[in-house]
Design a protein around this ligand. Structure first.
Ligand code: PLP
Length: 336
């Protein structure tokens, strides 16, 4: 292990893969969830953060007390970078936006990061992302020894996820048939898909995007939940990475997350709900006996004031609690 992976950073990766046994007990398919919340910073983006900084720290391009890392993030990557930078004593500025939840900002600050919140949306797209990226560029130009990892275009981001995929494959000696993967920078999707293709694995890769996101179709509508989806197609995107694409809206994420909490006792973030909702949408097409892996990118504690807050849910979607409180909502879907 190199110095850059020492201490708490040495615990990034190697997350558990657990079988979902309660949501659809009679289903003829087996479903496993990769719990990326078990990374020390609480999300899958710890892997990308370490991968994008590791070599630069090791070879002295990033130096404590002199260098500054600047990145745009709505939360999880920011927390991952804040953690790596804190460990190595490197200054970190995260450019966030009003959709970033307060708790994520507090976590980054606890790691010693500086957090700048852009307050105006891009005049053309009405989105915060272009404004965040513009502010990152300004900071990098202005600050000496500044470096932007650029998660949307950095090939080290997807490279980090070849390990994610390898871990899933190694944990399933009986084989894997379907992988469901949420998308934003496309780092996870691309890294996993490239591993699958390089090893000629017979795995159907399903990309799960937020409804309204710009990754696989023209953007439309406002999205409430941060994390997955993107306002601009990331440069890491390539045609053909996914065998299928499923779009999931905010309400479907909420319902799937609440079911996961109640039935599987897993408190997961919005994009984890999205991948579960995508699997449910595809259940009828998946043959009996198939094994599916779902990547759950982060933890539910970061959504206690949204997804897991009854008032917030009712305020945005109305009286929908029956959607996750029904006694056997998913049983029988694939039992025939
Ligand atoms: C909660 C959550 N889910 C999914 C993703 C998508 O991951 P990727 O950027 O690798 O496409 C992210 C990325 O930040 C995320 O924070």
């Amino acid at each position: 292990m190199s110095h850059t992976d020492a201490g708490v950073l040495g615990t990034i990766g190697g997350t558990p893969l657990v079988e979902l046994t309660e949501l659809a007990p009679d289903s003829p398919i087996r479903t496993f969830a990769k719990l990326e919340t078990h990374n020390p910073g609480g999300s899958i983006k710890d892997r990308s953060a370490l991968a994008m900084l590791r070599d630069r720290i090791a070879d002295g391009r990033l130096v404590p007390g002199r260098s500054v890392v600047v990145e745009s993030s709505s939360g999880n990557l920011g927390i991952g970078l804040a953690q790596v930078c804190a460990y190595h004593g490197i200054r970190f500025i995260c450019v966030a936006d009003p959709r970033t939840n307060e708790q994520n900002i507090a976590i980054m600050r606890a790691f010693g990061a500086e957090v700048e919140v852009v307050t105006t949306t891009d005049p053309v797209t009405g989105e915060y992302l272009p404004a965040r990226i513009r502010r990152v560029r300004e900071l990098v130009e202005r600050l000496p020894h500044a470096y932007c990892p650029d998660q949307y275009g950095n090939p080290l981001n997807p490279l980090a996820h070849r390990t994610t995929m390898r871990e899933i494959v190694e944990a399933l000696p009986g084989g894997l048939d379907y992988l469901f993967c949420a998308t934003s920078s496309c780092g996870t999707l691309r890294g996993c898909a490239e591993y699958v293709r390089a090893h000629r694995l017979p795995v159907t890769v399903v990309a799960v995007d937020a409804a309204g996101s710009a990754i696989f179709s023209p953007p439309s509508g406002r999205r409430l939940l941060p994390g997955h989806g993107a306002a601009v197609r990331p440069r890491l995107h390539r045609d053909g990475l996914a065998d299928a694409v499923v779009h999931v809206d905010d309400l479907d994420c909420v319902v799937a997350c609440r079911r996961l909490a109640i039935r599987e006792a897993i408190l997961a973030g919005g994009s984890s709900g999205a991948v579960l909702a995508a699997l449910d949408r595809m259940r009828d097409q998946i043959p009996a006996g198939a094994t599916c892996a779902l990547i759950f990118p982060d933890r539910g504690e970061r959504y206690l004031d949204t997804i897991y807050d009854d008032e917030w849910v009712a305020g945005h979607f109305g009286d929908v609690a029956h959607l996750w409180k029904e006694p056997e909502p998913m049983v029988g879907v694939a039992a025939c």
